[in-house]
Design a protein around this ligand. Structure first.
Ligand code: ADP
Ligand code: ZN
Ligand code: ZN
Length: 731
């Protein structure tokens, strides 16, 4: 009698055994419906065997094995088992949370692909004034404004529209206000000849292609604008010719449409599938199935795409490999970059980690010879040079409203030369603090250890951590003084200041508040490309990977805040972020300038930045890490606990530290003291953490395996929620 061992979505680290008379080993990886407690649930078969430790009278029979789609391939199941072991996360939750939602339902429904064109507004439509439409035609007015705001109506939205609205759309089409376009965001559609690679690009491409039949980790370290994407494209072309699949991971969902368009344009014959959290369940399942059947030649996506089955995998690319968003911050806390390395090794294929500012982990691997290093030192477009980076000393120059005189002058110059500028301030809202000058009261969130941010347009105070909102009080709640003032700068306030300085300039603010609507991001990119913007004001959303050819000036405000953070990675991350923002300037034939307003112009970070010397800065940071025994020279895990009050969380960690002494390998690891988390209160709960260090990954893993089992036996668990985070990125 066959017994199947099934992964179920429960927080216990084991498989569940069921009788399945008709099962055979070819069923491994299939979906199965099983009774569980009083209900039925869906799981994945991980093995088929003949005996079980479950007593005969307790053993239940599986209800049904689904054979409607092929089983999950062995390589993917191996990856799940690796995640289970390495991240100490229950196997069933690893498996069930990494597959598309639709596969977790009993009945597998695959909807027909939506009609694949969008209704896109034309220039004519964009220039119309919606208020010219008589007010009684409300629907018509509304539809036009929607189109003007979003740029397009995608097919899914069209399907859900009323008959009247669809009729209106067809009217718009006849009037040439909209046009129908295949759903490829981020056009250009014109087929352009691919550029011929520069000698540096050629060298990189040749090196990678020389060894495609085996595992080879490449660190492609190329300055911003050096044309790393062209290297990915050329290597991809070669592998597609060999009928192999290519997996391309990017940090941001916003980066996928542009890249998708570029790959589709270069490989019109190839099915390009994009997988990210912005898809609905049906779209995700369809993409996933195309990949699983080997039909998708290119799979492009954010971190979750690392769990895509790829039977013909031939190459993996991780673009902007240093980016923090490759690390999942809840549930299974995996690093998609590290799992990508695992997959490349497993499949015996090359992997390219691309970056202008590699993570210190990857850079150290390259220095030590574990990764092969490829360099692109110059910008790909001929004539394009690196920008000049200068600091403006805030101790010597006043900055009323957050903007200094030299900065305003530079903006004026760019305006008069009709070049675009970017003002970078990594803080959305109007002002980060609301302060009472009489008594010192500051508006704070009651649920988090954070201050409430002033959002002037909405007349609200908002917590950026928990989402709490309240109206701005008319007077100080402590002393009653009505003279309470916003203090400091956010994107909205800088936008307002710029508008008063440059009333004729076209200013566009880009932050999470302004691009909340679907497709708003695309209209931003279009507006920049079409020269409808003079000054962009925004957060790090603007920093990543986008090509703005007419941008000549980048201004960086308020970066100092992260210089003296408690997180040992803060400096590495700030450097990467500022290099990236700076890299937006002077991409094509316009030389760029970057101005940084700072109170610490002599800080080594700004010095290295102005020399644009990643290597010397990275080596300095690595030396510090080596002296202090921090990653990448040590391995870390953190045990985090949260409770209603901090004392319970700390007490739990105290007990955890005590039982650790009995664990295997305790002598090989170092436990730090339990401490409150840097952001102690969050969403009404208080959090503490306990850091574990080791000099060997193996010792750390053995210790964690033992420790974790003992942690489950600790009594205080009901009041305290806890989790382990392996290779944590934010402490
Ligand atoms: P990176 O990702 O390294 O910052 P991109 O791949 O975005 O750089 O390339 C920057 C710009 O250079 C793009 O506009 C791209 O089209 C262009 N480019 C890339 N390679 C070449 C080349 N060999 N010749 C001319 N232009 C190129
Ligand atoms: Zn007061
Ligand atoms: Zn809050």
């Amino acid at each position: 009698m066959a017994i199947i061992r099934v992964a179920l979505d429960v927080p216990v680290d084991c498989l569940f055994d069921y009788l399945a008379p008709d099962a055979s080993i070819t069923d491994i990886g299939l979906r199965v419906c099983v009774p569980f407690g009083k209900r039925r649930t869906l799981g994945i078969i991980l093995s088929v065997c003949t005996d079980t430790s479950v007593p005969g009278n307790k053993l239940k029979q599986a209800e049904r094995i689904y054979r409607d789609i092929p089983p999950l391939p062995p390589a993917l199941l191996e990856l799940f088992k690796f995640c289970n072991r390495y991240y100490h996360h229950p196997i069933g939750q690893v498996v069930m949370n990494s597959i598309p939602n639709r596969l977790r339902q009993f009945k597998l429904t695959i909807d027909q692909p939506s009609r694949a064109f969008a209704w896109v507004i034309t220039d004519k439509g964009r220039l119309l004034d919606a208020t010219d439409i008589p007010a009684r035609s409300r629907a018509k007015r509304l539809l036009l404004t929607t189109l003007q705001d979003n740029g397009q109506i995608p097919p899914e939205a069209f399907k859900q529209m009323s008959a009247h609205n669809r009729k209106l759309l067809r009217e718009f089409l006849a009037l040439d206000w909209v046009t129908q376009m295949p759903l490829v965001p981020g056009l250009p559609t014109a087929q352009t000849e691919p550029p011929s690679p520069t000698p540096e690009q050629n060298a990189a491409i040749a090196a990678i292609l020389a060894d495609t039949g085996m595992f080879a980790p490449w660190l492609l370290h190329g300055i911003t604008g050096s044309g790393k994407t062209e290297v990915y494209l050329r290597v991809t072309a070669a592998l597609l010719k060999q009928q192999r699949q290519v997996l391309l991971l990017v940090p941001e969902i916003n980066l996928t449409p542009q890249l998708e368009a570029r790959f589709k344009q270069r490989f019109p014959e190839t099915a390009v599938v994009s997988l990210h959290s912005g898809l609905n369940d049906n779209e995700r399942l369809q993409g996933w199935l195309l990949a699983q059947q080997g039909k998708a030649g290119i799979v492009l996506g954010t971190r979750l795409a690392v769990f895509t089955p790829l039977p013909e995998l031939g190459l993996i690319v991780v673009d902007e490999e240093q980016d923090l968003s490759f690390k999942q911050q809840d549930g299974l806390r995996y690093s998609a970059r590290d799992l990508a390395i695992y997959r490349a090794k497993q499949a015996g294929v090359p992997i390219i980690l691309g970056s202008a500012t590699p993570s210190l982990e990857s850079y150290q691997h390259a220095l030590a010879g574990h990764y092969r290093l490829l360099r692109l030192h110059s910008r790909a477009v001929s004539g394009a040079t690196l920008p000049v980076i200068r600091c403006i000393d805030l101790r010597l120059t006043k900055a009323p409203e957050g903007l200094t005189e030299p900065l305003l002058t530079a903006l004026q110059t760019a305006l008069s030369q009709q070049q675009q500028s970017l003002v970078f301030i990594n803080r959305r809202g109007y002002a980060p603090v609301l302060l009472c000058k009489s008594c010192g009261w500051v508006a704070a969130c009651t649920r988090c250890s954070s201050r409430l941010v002033v959002h002037l347009h909405a007349r609200q105070l908002r917590c950026h951590y928990c989402g709490h909102q309240q109206t701005v009080p008319a007077a100080c709640p402590e002393c009653g003084d009505p003279d309470i003032l916003p203090f400091g700068q956010g994107t909205q306030r800088i936008e307002a200041a710029l508008r008063s300085h440059f009333p004729a300039a076209r200013i566009l603010r880009v932050d999470r508040d302004s691009i909340r609507r679907k497709h708003a991001w695309q209209s931003v990119l279009d507006a920049v490309q079409n020269q409808q913007v003079d000054i962009l004001v925004g957060t790090q959303l603007l920093a990543k990977g986008h090509d703005f050819p007419n941008l000549s000036l980048v201004c960086i405000l308020n970066a100092d805040a992260s210089l003296y953070s408690t997180d040992f990675r803060a400096e590495e991350q700030l450097f990467a972020q500022l290099m990236q923002v700076a890299g937006r300037a002077g991409r094509a034939d316009i030389p760029g300038t970057v101005l940084i307003q700072t109170e610490f112009p002599h800080h080594p970070l700004y010095q290295a930045l102005s020399r644009q010397n990643y290597d010397s800065h990275a080596r300095t940071l690595l030396r510090e890490r080596q002296l202090t025994h921090f990653p990448p020279f040590a391995y870390q895990a953190v045990l985090r606990a949260e409770a209603i009050v901090i004392d319970s969380a700390l007490a739990f960690l105290g007990k955890a530290a005590k039982i650790a002494t009995a664990c295997e390998q305790f002598g090989q690891i170092q436990l730090f003291d339990p401490v409150p988390a840097p952001m102690m209160r969050l969403k009404g709960r208080e959090r503490a953490q306990l850091l574990v260090h080791a000099h060997s990954r193996k010792h750390l893993q053995e210790f964690l395996f033992d420790w974790q089992q003992r942690l489950h036996t600790l009594a205080a668990q009901k009041k305290v929620r806890w989790h382990l985070d392996i290779d944590p990125l934010m402490l």
